[in-house]
Ligand binder design. Sequence first.
Ligand SMILES: [Zn+2]
Ligand SMILES: [Zn+2]
Length: 298
Amino acid sequence: MGEGGTKERQSRGGRAADAARAGRAFVPSLVRDRGGSRGNAAVAAVAHIGQRLGIGDHLTGAIDLLLPRACVSCERLLSRLDTGIVCGLCWSRLRYLPSPRCERCGHPISSGSCRWCDLLPPFIRAVRSVCWMPVEPASSIVHALKYEGWAAVATEMAERMSRLAWPPDVVDERAALVPIPLASARKRQRGYNQSALIASGLGLRWRIPVWEDVVVRSRETGSQTRLTPEQRLDNVAGSFRGGDRQLERLRGTHVVIVDDVVTTAATLNACAKVLFESGARIISYVTFGRAHASGDRL
Ligand SMILES: [Zn+2]
Ligand SMILES: [Zn+2]
């Protein structure tokens, strides 16, 4: 998924300039100190040490709490009412997927049959996403999580994802969450798997476990942003395989795969195919963002 795209990145620069004019130039500069490459490298290094000690997630969360209190999306100062590191204004501006939506895939529909459902294999029960991508502020929120080292954003995204409405059978049956795995090189570079962080926040709220080791990424796929749906399928084919351990758990279950953003569902489908072939009976998807295509109601 192309996070934000050039237009959104430029609009962030515009807001930074506004803040500077308002005499708050120090706020973005503090954010950038943490959010830039230096910050990212430091967080990745500390997170790596944390992973080795088995306290990675706690450490990364602790780092975020010690940092300047400016919104990681719009860079305005956070107020005391803001409980996380994205401000209330940004959360209120989120572009939620409009109703009516398809009961199965959750995609906004106008009339008749749902074209988005055609993307999904038959063993996919339901798909839900919170908001449109790439649309601000969702693009900046996802960018902060994936490329700026702001791991704590995952909890706030998970909170919005936890409130999504599902068909009752999905709520009854869902046995576990499975985050889309990252290849180990990418995980070392970032210091964490963003989907796993979101999944752990969701698991707490839905009171179901997270199974990280039932599927692994055998190779990292290149950027999919400029590929056609067919090319995306080729790009991800064979990039996942069943994990060496814990496969027994999967047998006959309904699991929910977690990712930050869904575009054509090629990555989710490739991961789901491996889980299905490993014994899962039925699979659902949950993501924070969903890419809109031409013709979608925004
Ligand atoms: Zn904000
Ligand atoms: Zn549908």
